[in-house]
Design a protein around this ligand. Structure first.
Ligand SMILES: NC(=O)c1ccc[n+]([C@@H]2O[C@H](COP(=O)([O-])OP(=O)(O)OC[C@H]3O[C@@H](n4cnc5c(N)ncnc54)[C@H](OP(=O)(O)O)[C@@H]3O)[C@@H](O)[C@H]2O)c1
Ligand SMILES: N[C@@H](CCO)C(=O)O
Length: 339
């Protein structure tokens, strides 16, 4: 099977995806009979496009962002052109914008309207306009997958959709933001200042372009919103979620938790109580019996409570651009080859 791929947003995650596609070309062919040709990559300053496929190894010699695309265009003697989404699959990796979903929303709508499958790594379009994009996908028989937007390397959507199919999920509790979890762990275990720990997270490439999204709880809120709407039958918007982050947490707060044998974690939770959804994000002290107690550093974790299968807990899936790219590749393989 041959598939033409377009990528929008060529930052940390997209560059790792290009690396993975280059490294795993043979495995994809041998294991899945899948030949992926990256035909276009869009940055804020324009798009590089080649019908015969972009030379991934050559592109990887440059950095990321539009400057890398521009340099590639110059060296390959091709023009940098206006965004033109035309292929089989779009992987959307532009910055997350929770106000209006742009620029990802336009790219996603453009792709779905042509019947292209979409792998969303950014969250903005899904959080602001989920029903609109889903309806478009259904209308055009296109697949929309968004593991990258729902904690990426930590399987969340796949567990709910596949492993818990037919069960009734009654609540979801998660540590869904690697940056905040890393900051809290670093402050508690290494006595790093909040500022230094955030700087480290930014250097790892896991913080959002606007790190307030992470530390003020919005990124966790986006993820629990998408999961609650998918699995609890809610139709919530971000304004329906009570959100507080870790931006005012000091080392003293963490010491108090430690003295009690507990850990302070940024917890996102969604539950149904008498038909009403309660969804919130806030720092909570966990005792060592809690299944998420040992989720430290950039790791994440999720607990689904179900009526039939009891509690299902998954931990790990540390935030990292390569891990997020691998989650996008997983979605791509599943969309095209498996289901
Ligand atoms: N990093 C992670 O570990 C991770 C994990 C899961 C999900 N995500 C999500 O994945 C997305 C990308 O994350 P990232 O870490 O790769 O971010 P990033 O490094 O900031 O990359 C985003 C890229 O988008 C480009 N861009 C900006 N405006 C654009 C526009 N109008 N059209 C096309 N491209 C545009 C930027 O480059 P130019 O302006 O130079 O073109 C930038 O390099 C985000 O939405 C994030 O929430 C990230
Ligand atoms: N900024 C996020 C990655 C994107 O979902 C995190 O720290 O987990």
């Amino acid at each position: 099977m041959k598939k033409d791929l377009i990528i929008s947003g060529y930052g940390n995650v997209a560059k790792e995806l290009v690396k993975l596609l280059s490294e795993k070309e043979e495995m994809l062919k041998n294991t899945y009979d899948l030949e992926i040709k990256v035909c276009g990559i869009i940055g804020s300053k324009g798009m590089i496009a080649q019908d015969e496929g972009i030379q991934l190894e050559a592109l990887l010699n440059y950095g990321n962002g539009s400057d890398a695309l521009l340099q590639y265009a110059v060296d390959m003697h091709i023009p940098l052109q206006q965004a033109n989404i035309n292929g089989d699959i779009l992987v959307e990796c532009s910055p997350t914008n929770i106000v209006n979903g742009e620029p990802g929303k336009t790219y996603i709508i453009d792709a779905l309207s042509q019947g292209m499958d979409v792998i969303a790594v950014s969250k903005g379009a899904l959080v602001t306009s989920f029903e609109e994009v889903m309806e478009l996908a259904n209308q055009h028989g296109a697949k929309l997958k968004y593991s990258g937007a729902t904690a990426a390397a930590l399987p969340t959507l796949d567990i709910g959709e596949y492993s818990l199919a037919g069960s009734t999920i009654t609540s979801i509790v998660g540590i869904l933001n690697g940056t905040s979890n890393y900051i809290l762990s670093s402050m508690a275990e290494e006595q790093l200042s909040f500022k230094q720990a955030l700087k480290n997270a930014q250097e790892k490439g896991i913080a959002e372009a606007n790190a307030d999204m992470d530390v003020k709880g919005f990124d966790s809120a986006c993820k629990i919103l998408l999961l609650a709407n998918r699995f609890l039958g809610t139709k919530l918007a971000l304004r329906d979620i009570k959100i507080s982050g870790i931006n005012e947490i000091a080392i003293e707060h963490l010491s108090v938790a430690q003295a009690e044998g507990k850990k302070l974690k940024l917890i996102a939770q969604a539950a149904l109580h008498e038909g009403k959804a309660i969804v919130q994000v806030k720092p909570i002290m966990l005792s060592k019996e809690h299944p998420l107690f040992h989720v430290d550093g950039t790791n994440k974790g999720i607990v689904f409570e179900t009526k039939e299968m009891g509690a299902i807990c998954v931990t790990g899936g540390a935030s990292h651009p390569r891990a997020a790219a691998a989650a996008a590749l997983k979605d791509l393989i599943n969309a095209v080859c498996l289901r």
